[in-house]
Design a protein around this ligand. Structure first.
Ligand SMILES: [Zn+2]
Length: 199
């Protein structure tokens, strides 16, 4: 226990749960919250509560949405023959910015990582496989990040999907190894998409 008052300690504990935020960063954030006007702190708390109660995963693609089905899955103009598989909802925003992808998405909500004890059953893999049996899907694009976990996950999924007679492709990476899709600029991402290779 530190010398901090209990409510401050509790706030630091909560901020520490964010990935990449250590004890120091969490302490800085907690003090920032304390220095806010009461109305701002209240708005922050309300925004967190609101996002959590109003948003849930799309029944089809697992992206966060307010309705039962997200606007992309519900859009009849999107091409249902192609599914782009991504690690997180943030990656969808990156592809949408290119304005060149018109297919559908599937969010895994993580990557296979034996080191962290994360297996396929903890990701939205069965939800993906369930989408592949109606004969509409012709291609699944593995758009996981070019990291060890991203590659391993893409390979794992390709092994499951190829026997279904569906083409599986991987983004052509002009993206540097270890980089993150969400920070890639539109041109790089568009190139990675249009130059994709069959797995
Ligand atoms: Zn959806």
């Amino acid at each position: 226990m530190g010398y901090n008052a209990a409510p401050l300690e509790r706030l630091v504990d909560e901020f520490s749960k964010f990935p990449g935020i250590g004890r120091k960063g969490a302490t800085r954030m907690a003090y920032q919250v304390l220095s806010m006007p009461a109305a701002d702190a209240e708005a922050l708390a309300a925004a967190i509560r609101d996002a959590h109660t109003k948003l849930h995963r799309c029944r089809i693609c697992q992206d966060y949405t307010e309705g039962e089905i997200c606007p992309i899955c519900a859009n009849a103009k999107r091409d249902p023959s192609t599914i782009c598989v991504v690690e997180s909802p943030r990656d969808i925003a990156a592809f949408e910015r290119t304005r060149e992808y018109h297919g559908l998405y599937h969010v895994l909500h993580g990557l296979i990582s034996p080191m962290d004890g994360i297996g396929a059953d903890q990701l939205c893999v069965k939800e993906l496989l369930a989408r592949l049996h109606d004969g509409r899907v012709k291609e699944v694009i593995m758009a996981t990040n070019p990291t060890v976990e991203g590659e391993a996950t893409a390979m794992y999924l390709a092994r499951l999907i190829k026997p279904l007679g569906i083409k599986t492709t991987r983004l052509a990476y002009g993206l540097p190894v270890g980089s993150s899709l969400e920070y890639a600029d539109e041109t790089t991402l568009y190139r990675a998409l249009s130059g994709r290779d069959e797995l």
